[in-house]
Write a protein that binds this ligand. Structure first.
Ligand code: SIN
Length: 283
């Protein structure tokens, strides 16, 4: 794949770019370099018509880092590196139906995920993305300075652990999410990180996995976190991606949040997700 044959077209929304002129089954090092830079700049890359085989999906992911085998998700039969994000017609709960960034509970959070649509509902099932550079840049200088001195505590326990915050949701996801005993991860990260690819400042807290600011109680943290969350999710900072079979979204967890919209009851949605290892996040 020649580097100069790849087109990077900004989504027109608050985050993300569409990539054209590429066959991800044939991705080489030069093409991967172009995508890496585009990912650092745009946060999430969208591709159409990439009905690639599971082996090619894995090979593509490995161009960007080691594969992180998800501890909690079911996986594709015979392919432990590929997690399944599935909702059947008779199921009501979906996976990822709230703003979050994956793996912020890990000491070394995953760099990103490559989500491939295998079966999409006739309508709905979009994914929203939000821009964490904009979530930081849009704050006042005073609040930016305060946040730059803070760390936050992130955890997987209340989501994937034995005592989840929402037991009904967990029960509804039985068979799709499991291994609660592996939910032992807590991690402390700066609230504002220097993005490992772009060098830009990004807000690094999220409603899914952040518990509180380090040294603050949950009650003390909540008002400020709520303010940051509503500002981050402002429509100006987001883009809503509509899937079709063979679409891929490749997002960077350090630059974006995502939210899987659960509006397609009665239809199947089946996605294959590979998560790519990251590097420690720092100021
Ligand atoms: C996820 O949170 O990884 C799932 C996103 C989606 O299914 O759109």
């Amino acid at each position: 794949m020649l580097k100069n044959s790849i087109d990077v077209c900004p989504s027109g929304g608050g985050v993300g770019a569409f990539i054209e002129g590429i066959d991800l089954a044939e991705l080489d090092e030069s093409g991967a370099g172009t995508l890496r830079s585009a990912l650092g700049e745009h946060g999430v890359l969208f591709f159409r018509d990439q009905n690639i085989a599971p082996e090619a999906h894995i090979a593509m992911a490995e161009r960007f880092g080691g594969v992180n085998v998800n501890r909690f998700f079911g996986h594709v039969e015979g392919q432990p590196q590929i997690a399944e994000v599935r909702k059947e017609p008779d199921q009501k709960a979906n996976i990822g139906g709230g703003w979050h960034t994956d793996h912020s509970y890990d000491q070394v959070p995953a760099m990103g995920s490559i989500l491939l649509a295998r079966e999409t509902p006739p309508a709905g099932g979009d994914t929203l993305f939000a821009n964490m550079y904009a979530a930081f840049d849009s704050l006042s200088d005073g609040l930016k300075a305060t946040l730059e001195g803070l760390n936050a505590v992130h955890s997987s326990r209340h989501v994937f652990g034995a005592k989840p915050k929402n037991p009904d949701q967990r029960e509804a996801l039985k068979g799709r999410i499991g291994n609660a005993e592996a939910a032992q991860q807590d991690a402390i990260h700066p609230v504002v990180i220097k993005h490992p690819i772009s060098g830009r400042k990004a807000l690094y807290v999220n409603p899914g996995f952040t518990l509180h600011f380090e040294g603050w109680t949950e009650a003390e943290s909540k008002p400020l976190l709520d303010y940051l969350y509503q500002n981050a999710a402002r429509p100006e900072h987001t883009y809503r991606f509509q899937w079709a079979n063979g679409s891929i979204a490749f997002w960077d967890n350090r630059a974006t949040w995502h939210y899987a919209v659960n509006d397609y009851h009665g239809h199947r949605r089946l996605m294959h997700r590979i998560t790519v290892e990251g590097v420690p996040v720092g100021r």
